[in-house]
Design a protein around this ligand. Sequence first.
Ligand code: SF4
Length: 375
Amino acid sequence: MAGIYLHIPFCRQACHYCDFHFSVSHKGREEVLAAMRQELNLRAAELQGQTVRTLYFGGGTPSLLTRDELMQFFDVLYAEYAILPEAEITLEANPDDITDAYFRELRNTPVNRLSIGIQSFRAEDLLEMNRAHTPAQALSCAPRAADAGFGNISIDLIFGWPRMEQEDWQQNVATAFSLPITHLSCYGLTIEPRTALSWQIVKGLRHPPDEEKAAMQYEYLLGEAERLGFPWYEISNFSKPGFQSKHNTAYWQGVDYLGIGPSAHSFNGNQRSWNVRSNAAYLSGMQRGQREFESEVLSSAEKFHELMLTSLRVREGLWLGKLRQEYGEAITGQVLEAAQPFISKGWMLRENERLSLSPAGLLLADKITSELFII
Ligand code: SF4
């Protein structure tokens, strides 16, 4: 089983916090999309006949694609890859792009899951974030998607935004759960270097985020999500039962995936690779019939870290049987010893063959996980 990620590297405008690869100039768009189809052709053999269980159009802004542009991708995907009929096929969409007509067109494609980048329902946040949509568009998007026949709708929110108070966040959470959604992704704001937000904070034009407030907002979200039937299944992800993102879950389970397009990452169990983070360099490489990328083969210690990082992010946690099988009894014993102080504090749970973070431990996930990097 494998997944395919397609990175659409164009956006309408630059959100101030965003560190993903994208271009607001759409010059050369047709050529880049053609090069991505070429990359799909070129790399089909890499999955060695594995069936594809998930396709994910991310970005950037995939909802800038017309139905014809999407169908051109599907033509190559279905011709070159063994895609399961029940595959989960997600398209990230921004509220400002999706008119009712666009929803209807999307329903006439294989896309069966939408991930809508709402981030906040509050006008002042959207303005400060430099999002291209309005609160009215944020509010109407999921209901219109449901009316158009989409039954699997996820939305994204950001917590910890500077000046977002607890009651503002509570209102955002209540609004999110009042919508016809099956899944919610919530990310704490991180200040990435080289973003407008980072520059504004350095220049004193904006307050830095308040970690305590962000932690309170996350705790509130955990409680509300559980109460309203969207239990957390990964540190930033909440869903109704049966609606966990199969694509992201596969990442956390170490399943192979192919990343297509500028800056997209791929993984084959042993090696990670990433395409060049420039539309022009990507295009010129593909025009020479060459994929411009870098790669690294994971060392045994890196694989171990990867296992700890990914398994402790998910509610299911780390299966000790798997750890024993892959790393032996001695390493497993050392991990349990390192985990003991956190278990005693109530930040980790040990249930038979499973070691996981408790809700209180989720807030300290990075610190706890790094303490368990015993090799
Ligand atoms: S729309 Fe998404 S990818 Fe584009 S700038 Fe905003 S957050 Fe980044």
